[in-house]
Structure formats: structure tokens, C-alpha cells
Design a protein around this ligand. Structure first.
Ligand code: HEC
Length: 467
């Protein structure tokens, strides 16, 4: 018998123990993978956080997803709609551009996987004790969305009632309402919504214009003064959108005696809609608070006015370019197109020639005008002379499931069967020094952040063979 020196025993022992540990962790992982996904433990929390605000009675979705029975009935459809990223509504390309937003409601890959594993496991209920607490119950759909952050809106304005016939051409209603303000107030967030769930079925978009005598306005960036001196557009709303939240250092100014000019676009759905109204919810900064910047809402036209020309059974691409006349921060990206809209991107070409794709919506859905609001530390900071390049794609073929009729020629127009292409973007103009400081602050903050720890990757010296 060969004598094995004691040292080798020790090494062999360590190896055995080490491989047992490795084996065990593999086993745990395998068990976890095999452990059935249950409704109470895995599915219910996702539904609460990401779905039920819309999927509950009296909210905007066609079916409720509050109970186990509801979820079980729709398990296959939920798997399909989440895997294709049609639900929840969030159509940003996740592989390119900025990914941190204030209002991200998308699912993680693991959450999407949960829906398919739950279906594969036969939609088990699981242990009732695992159910998420009621405190994490979904938001009440009759509440204003931003009430969670700011409490109830400080001012709610309603458009005058309008009755839409059962069958008629699209209608545009343009009334004016007094705001009733007696002192200047700065606005930090705005929401628009049709007042009733019936209203939601017929209102395609709402534009609100703030009309006021602009006297005694302060806090405008000198370098972009002429671009900020009119109140202009207050907020745009289209189906699927909630509202605007301004950066903590910026907002909109409303003055005493101001008025709101509404433009409400409605389309008939075969049933008379009586006394339809739209509500505008306004959240003010506390009295006396004057944020240092005034944000302006811009409509960046992409299709070059009425030049859209989309032949039957074809696709089209249009582009437009805007040069920043002053330094500015881009607060959001919200593409607007109609049924043939497919994708839109916003790219920055810096004065030094560097190009940066800011955002791409690659799976545009015309019923969902999602406003992608950048997080405070990701909102693009652009020097004067930066070109914003917008590109829009339309698909008038049978490949587009939203296309009502690929045999039609389509051009620019107001109806949903006509096309458009523009982006709604809030711009906060800044002094050059302010921009430099914001860029420097961001760099400093990024430098102090500890790099994320990645579980299984360990640093190795170059040339090391990894087995
Ligand atoms: C912002 C509101 C909203 C959120 C959040 C939302 N949905 Fe929806 N959902 C809707 C609306 C409205 C429809 C119907 C129109 C449509 O399909 O776009 C719908 C449709 C669906 C459908 C298709 C129903 C059918 O009969 O065709 C499924 C399935 C679905 N949602 C699942 C989900 C799941 C799962 C989540 C969460 C992970 C979710 N939704 C989050 C509003 C929402």
C-alpha cells in the first residue's frame, strides 16, 4: 500500500469539504429553481406593486387582477403580455440609453420569469401565510396618482361639460377656464385625467395652455431669456399618461388672473357620452417657495410638419434636428404618434461631436402615451450648441398589429387614423455656470459611489487560467 503523507490527507480533506460546499450550493440553487412559484408568495406581490392600480374594478383596465381566481383565469394571457413587454405599459428599449426614471413601472426579467414559471407549475395558490400584507395593497384608482408624494392637488380645475354623440366625426372642444389665482404660485407637478371612467373611453388627448400677463417674472436663465418668457403650454395629456413632475429645483409659474385654454380631442364610440369633463390637478410648491428654474414644455416636431408620406404597405422614417440655443436639462421624453407609430428615438450630438443615444421607444403603442421622466441624476445635461436629433418610424404594413388598414395611404392629420410624429419634452434652461456645476456634482457623486458587488466574479490577475 502506498503511504500517503499526512499533508496530502489534509489537502484532500479540504478538497472534499470544498466540493461538498460547492455541491450543496448547487443543490440549493437547483431546489430553488425547482421550488414551485406560488400565487401568495411570488405572484401576488408583483400584481400589487405593478398591475392592480389599473387592474381593479373602476380603474382603466378591462379586467381585475385582485384575487387568486382572477389571476388564475388570466395566467396565460399575463405570461404572454409580460413576456412581450406589452404589460405593464412601458415601451423604452432596455438595451440602450438612459434607464433610470422617476416613474418606471416595468417588470424585471425575474418578475417576467415568475409569470411563466407560475403558469408552468400549474398556477398553485401556495401557503396563505405567504400572502403580502394588506398595507401594500394597490392604490385607489379614484385617487390622484401623485397624491402619494404630494398629498391632494392644491388646485383642481374642470373643463365645462361636453356631450359627445354616439356616432360623429372626431371632435375638438376648446373652452377657457379661470384659474381663480390671486397670487403667484410655483407648480411642482401636474396631472390631467378624464373625470369619469366613461370619459377615459372617448378622450384621446388634452392640451392645456396657460394664458397670463407675464409681468414681474423673475428667476429666468439669462442665457435663454427669450425662450422662457411666455407661460405657453402648461401640460399635454394623451391616453395612458399620468402627468408631469418637475425637478426639485424647477417648476412652472402661475400668475394671478391666469386662465387655462383647453383643447380636448374626443372620438365617438357608438354610445352617447353625456357631460364629459376633464380634470387638471395642480400641485404647488409651498407658499413663498421660488424654485431657481422655470421649466418649459416643448413640442419637438419630428415629421417636419405635414411632410409625412406613408404609402400603403410600407414603412417610413422621418428625422428632425434642433440646436440648443442655451444650456439646458432635458427632464423627460414622450413620443407622440398614432396607430402606425412604431418607434422614436432622441439622441444628443454634443458640440464636440460626441453622440449619445438618450432614449429609444422601440415598441410604441398608440394607446399608451407614456411620459418617461428621467431620474434627478440621469436627466441629460446639455451644453449650448448640442443638437437634439429625433428619429421616428411608422409601420403601415400588416406587421403592425395596431394598423387598421395597410391598404391606405397615410399622411399628417389630427385624426387617430392619420399620422403625426413629435416628442413632448420639458426643458429647463440653465446658465452655463449652473450646467458646469451640475455636471461636476454628478461626476463627484458617481466617483464616491461604491462599485456594485457582483457575487461570483472575483478579480483575477491577467493570464490566470480559470477552471
Ligand atoms: C397603467 C395601467 C396598467 C398597468 C400598470 C397594467 N395594466 Fe394590463 N392593461 C391595462 C389596460 C388599459 C389594458 C387594456 C388595453 C391594452 O391591452 O392595452 C390592459 C390589458 C392587459 C392584458 C390583456 C387583457 C386582454 O383581455 O387582452 C393583460 C393580460 C394585462 N393587462 C396584464 C397586466 C399585468 C400582469 C400587469 C402587471 C404586471 C399589468 N397588466 C399592468 C392597464 C394596465
Amino acid at each position: 500500500m502506498t503511504r500517503i503523507p499526512f499533508g496530502r490527507f489534509v489537502i484532500a480533506g479540504i478538497l472534499v469539504v470544498a466540493s461538498a460546499v460547492v455541491l450543496r450550493s448547487h443543490l440549493v440553487a437547483a431546489q430553488q429553481a425547482a421550488a414551485p412559484v406560488t400565487f401568495t408568495k411570488h405572484v401576488a406581490p408583483i400584481l400589487q406593486q405593478k398591475c392592480q392600480v389599473c387592474h381593479q374594478p373602476d380603474s382603466i383596465a378591462p379586467m381585475s387582477l385582485l384575487t387568486y381566481d382572477d389571476a388564475k383565469k388570466y395566467a396565460r394571457l399575463m405570461k404572454e403580455r409580460t413576456a412581450s413587454r406589452l404589460m405593464p405599459p412601458w415601451y423604452i428599449d432596455k438595451s440602450v440609453g438612459i434607464q433610470h426614471f422617476k416613474n418606471d413601472r416595468s417588470l424585471t426579467d425575474a418578475e417576467i420569469d415568475t409569470f411563466s414559471r407560475w403558469l408552468a407549475a400549474g398556477t398553485p395558490l401556495g401557503d396563505p401565510k405567504d400572502a403580502p400584507p394588506a398595507s401594500s395593497a394597490p392604490a385607489d384608482p379614484s385617487q390622484w396618482e401623485f397624491a402619494k408624494q404630494y398629498g391632494k392637488p392644491d388646485l383642481v380645475l374642470k373643463s365645462p361639460p361636453y356631450t359627445l354623440a354616439a356616432r360623429t366625426q372626431d371632435k375638438w372642444f376648446r373652452p377657457t377656464t379661470d384659474t381663480g389665482l390671486t397670487e403667484p404660485r410655483w407648480v411642482r407637478a401636474i396631472e390631467i385625467r378624464p373625470a369619469t371612467s366613461d370619459g377615459r373611453k372617448i378622450v384621446h388627448h388634452v392640451l392645456t395652455l396657460l394664458q397670463q400677463q407675464e409681468t414681474g417674472v423673475t428667476n429666468l436663465a439669462e442665457s435663454a431669456h427669450h425662450m422662457q418668457t411666455s407661460a405657453g403650454l402648461f401640460m399635454e395629456w394623451a391616453v395612458g399618461k399620468t402627468g408631469e413632475v418637475f425637478n426639485a429645483d424647477a417648476g412652472k409659474l402661475m400668475l394671478p388672473g391666469s386662465k387655462i385654454n383647453w383643447e380636448i380631442h374626443m372620438f365617438a364610440i357608438g354610445r352617447e357620452m353625456k357631460d364629459n369633463q376633464v380634470e387638471l390637478g395642480i400641485y404647488f410648491y409651498p407658499k413663498g417657495t421660488v424654485p431657481p428654474h422655470r421649466t418649459v414644455l416643448k413640442m419637438f416636431d419630428v415629421s417636419r410638419g405635414s411632410e409625412l408620406d406613408i404609402p400603403p404597405n410600407s414603412t417610413a422614417m422621418t428625422q428632425n434636428f434642433y440646436v440648443m440655443q442655451a444650456p439646458g436639462r432635458i427632464e423627460n421624453f414622450q413620443p407622440h404618434m398614432h396607430m402606425r407609430g412604431k418607434a422614436m428615438s432622441m439622441e444628443a450630438i454634443y458640440p464636440d461631436g460626441k453622440r449619445e443615444m438618450l432614449s429609444v421607444v422601440n415598441n410604441f403603442q398608440w394607446r399608451w402615451h407614456v411620459n418617461y421622466i428621467y431620474a434627478d441624476d440621469t436627466a441629460p445635461l446639455l451644453p449650448k450648441g448640442t443638437t437634439l436629433a429625433f428619429t421616428a418610424w411608422h409601420d403601415n404594413t400588416t406587421n403592425n398589429p395596431n394598423n387598421p388598414d395597410p391598404r391606405q395611404w397615410v399622411g399628417w392629420g389630427d385624426r387617430t387614423v392619420d399620422e403625426m410624429a413629435h416628442a413632448w419634452v420639458d426643458v429647463t434652461y440653465l446658465e452655463p455656470e449652473e450646467l458646469d456645476k451640475m455636471i461636476a456634482d454628478r461626476k463627484a457623486k458617481a466617483a464616491t459611489k461604491t462599485p456594485p458587488t457582483v457575487g461570483f466574479v472575483r478579480p483575477v490577475a491577467p493570464g490566470t487560467v480559470i477552471r
